[in-house]
Write a protein that binds this ligand. Structure first.
Ligand code: MG
Length: 303
């Protein structure tokens, strides 16, 4: 098991994309600054999508133009189609993450193509990249689809194969609607590892059925190098019914650091950031450590 895990802060993207209350550009930029201050080494800063479909992401280009430059933190932009991918490549980001959806129905609703077309598009786009930008991919609905139900592991592996043909620098596996259990995580990560021993694996988890942290732990045990999470556990998907929050960054940091696995993220600052987002959204967010407080208290005094 790794003794350190990288956390990718996704609150500026997944965390707020489904929120009806539109946040100001300044608030979004403060979320990003707080992610940097808390020690995030990578942040998913926005997605390049149609603002009519996802109004919260309307300022993607403005956000990218205003990102702090004096940091080692890497910035990721999410893309679902050709136009989004090209916008991300031109936005001065470190990474573009393209989404391929493992089920046809959700793929159609999320990005207007079936899975096969999405895979071809990803391969075409990744093959054309000449900019100094790292190209990664996320396989959405990798554990289950909100419309089709179970995602057979055989089908997932075909999608993995299709993604790997494009030689992404990282492969992210997403439980978009929060249906996975730790057994599923281990099974699927191990299956991918068998075929692709070297590709860095990242997990994107939602805590919709309260299995999020257990799944994160299973992922770490299976050798996953990076985990997505959001301050306060905010999150959701505009095109997946009943999809709720990501795993909470501060809860994840608490669990991992107490278990001797370093994350580079400062727990107290993560809790402060979660509180900031709760205030900005003007609603109670799901995170639990922010409500209970750190343990033991002396940790808070020392950090
Ligand atoms: Mg998500």
């Amino acid at each position: 098991m790794n003794n350190s895990v990288e956390i990718i802060e996704v609150s500026p993207r997944d965390g707020i994309q489904n929120e009806k209350k539109l946040l100001s550009l300044a608030t979004k930029l403060e979320m990003i600054q707080r992610s940097i201050d808390a020690g995030a080494s990578r942040i998913e800063v926005t997605s390049f999508v149609n603002p009519k479909r996802v109004p919260q992401m309307a300022e993607a280009d403005e956000i990218c133009a205003a990102l702090p430059k004096d940091t080692d933190c890497k910035y990721i932009g999410l893309a679902l189609n050709k136009r989004g991918f090209e916008r991300a490549c031109n936005a001065g980001l470190d990474e573009v993450n393209f989404v391929v959806v493992a089920s046809d129905t959700f793929s159609q609703k999320n990005q207007g193509t079936d899975t096969e077309t999405g895979l071809s598009l990803f391969n075409e786009l990744a093959g054309n990249v000449s900019d100094p930008i790292a190209v990664g991919v996320t396989i959405a609905a990798a554990f289950g689809c909100p419309f089709e139900g179970e995602m057979p592991i055989e089908r997932l592996m075909k999608v993995v194969d299709g993604c790997m043909e494009a030689n992404p620098f990282e492969l992210a596996i997403a439980d978009t609607i929060g249906v996975a259990t730790p057994k599923d995580i281990k099974e699927r990560i191990n299956a991918i590892r068998q075929h692709y021993p070297d590709v860095p694996l990242r997990l994107h988890l939602h805590n919709t059925r309260n299995t999020g942290l257990a799944n994160a732990w299973a992922g770490v045990e299976a050798g996953v190098a990076a985990l997505d999470s959001s301050f306060g556990g905010v999150g959701g998907c505009p095109f997946a019914p009943a999809a709720t929050g990501n795993i909470a960054t501060e809860d994840l940091v608490y669990m991992l650091e107490r278990a001797g696995i370093s994350t580079g993220v400062d727990l107290t600052k993560a809790i402060d950031a979660a509180q900031f987002i709760e205030d900005a959204l003007d609603k109670t967010v799901p995170g639990m450590v922010m409500k209970a407080g750190v343990f033991p208290q002396s940790v808070a005094a020392n950090t």
